[in-house]
Design a binder for this molecule. Structure first.
Ligand code: SAM
Ligand code: SF4
Length: 346
């Protein structure tokens, strides 16, 4: 972990050189773009869209088209990004999802193309995703109990999602990541069954602490559970922390010789979480978000209309990066402008 004790301003003028690299005032380099391609979702997760998706009706709220997506990814790749996660809302609801995957995968410099999905379409389509060039899949499964799964997501689709995971292995994925949002009442005691599930499956199961968003009120107080007790349990039972790669996400990943699967912990409330931040976000309508919990977002869309605008686009992104805060300040109860994670892609 880098030493942030003497956090100081550094020269970020690399943007002016031939091969710029996105870097902020705290020397954090950005290798990882999380790109939302839609806000729309067909699930109603209690912590995200409990009333389902409703269009905002705002002006200029159409989602980025393929040409705009291509230009964004190209600019990021030219500035050191090697990994792109296509997210949402539910990204796979877009009819041109495969084309978007293919275009990202064909961008020079991008070595990892990931998506985060609720798994609704996975059983039928995962073969096509693989063919299009999708290298990594995260699927959300908050409970292994079909009844609780239905309660959390509003959809009775547990078995379809499980079939989708099996199918992903059949079409050649070596590992599937499964996201589990820690919810005290629903899965707070489910560690043994999750561990049992990954014993003989190459699944990286990632427990994500519930993050408080703008539209979340009592739910956070009722359901938030820290990942510390899980980490203590893992360490006490012989699990070992894995070393990270530069474009890896924020999870602390643990491995165990008796398990084919791995356990990841994403603990945004833990001190130091932001020190290794290596990712930037672009919303489905083309706004740059420096942090999941930042403010309004920086408009990029006017600079996505022609290939020739890339230089200006890069300058605007780097200019915004020069204002990126050292931390999300979530611990102080600040949720920023993010109403729910479907709005800018979790
Ligand atoms: N619809 C896709 C899905 O659910 O996987 C992708 C978008 S979703 C916003 C991305 C991830 O964020 C999911 O794993 C979801 O469980 C997680 N998420 C959503 N709201 C959250 C919150 N308030 N706190 C923590 N994780 C959250
Ligand atoms: Fe949809 Fe994902 Fe939000 Fe659930 S977490 S409502 S699947 S966007």
């Amino acid at each position: 972990m880098p030493d942030f004790s003497g956090v100081s301003d550094v020269d970020s003028s690399s943007s002016a050189t031939e091969n710029p690299q996105f870097v902020d005032r705290f020397s954090r380099k950005f290798y990882y773009l999380r790109l939302s391609i839609t806000d729309v979702c067909n699930f109603k997760c209690t912590y995200c869209l409990p009333d389902g998706y409703h269009p905002t009706g705002k002006k200029n709220s159409s989602f980025l088209n393929q040409a705009e997506i291509k230009r964004i990814v190209h600019a990021f790749a030219d500035c050191g990004t090697t990994k792109v996660r296509i997210t949402g809302g539910e990204p796979t609801l877009r009819k041109d999802f495969n084309d978007i995957v293919a275009s990202v995968a064909q961008t020079s410099g991008i070595t990892k193309v990931a998506t985060t999905t609720n798994g609704y379409r996975m059983a039928k389509q995962v073969g096509d995703w693989k063919e299009a060039g999708l290298t990594h899949i995260n699927v959300s499964v908050d409970s292994l109990d079909p009844r609780l799964f239905h309660q959390i997501t509003g959809e009775n689709k547990f078995h379809d999602v499980m079939t989708g995971i099996d199918r992903a292995f059949e079409v050649g994925y070596q590992q599937v990541k499964v996201n589990v949002v820690l919810l005290k009442q629903f899965n707070g005691h489910a560690l043994p069954s999750f561990l049992n599930w990954i014993k003989d499956r190459p699944i990286q199961l990632r427990f994500i602490e519930l993050m408080q968003t703008g539209e979340m009120d009592e739910l956070f107080q009722q359901q938030h559970q820290s990942g510390v007790s899980i980490r203590n349990h893992l360490i006490a039972n012989g699990w070992l922390l894995k070393v990270k790669e530069a474009n890896d996400g924020p999870a602390q990943v643990f491995v165990h010789p008796d398990y084919q699967g791995e356990i990841g912990l994403i603990m945004p409330y833990e001190k130091g979480f932001c020190e290794t931040c290596n990712r930037l976000r672009v919303s489905a309508t083309g706004k740059l978000h420096l942090c999941l919990f930042g403010e309004e977002g920086v408009e990029l869309r006017d600079l996505l209309q022609q290939d020739e605008q890339e230089k200006d686009l890069i300058a605007r992104i780097q200019g915004a990066l020069d204002t990126k805060s050292v931390s999300h300040f979530l611990q102080e109860g600040k949720t920023g402008m993010t109403p729910h994670l479907a709005s800018i892609g979790g």
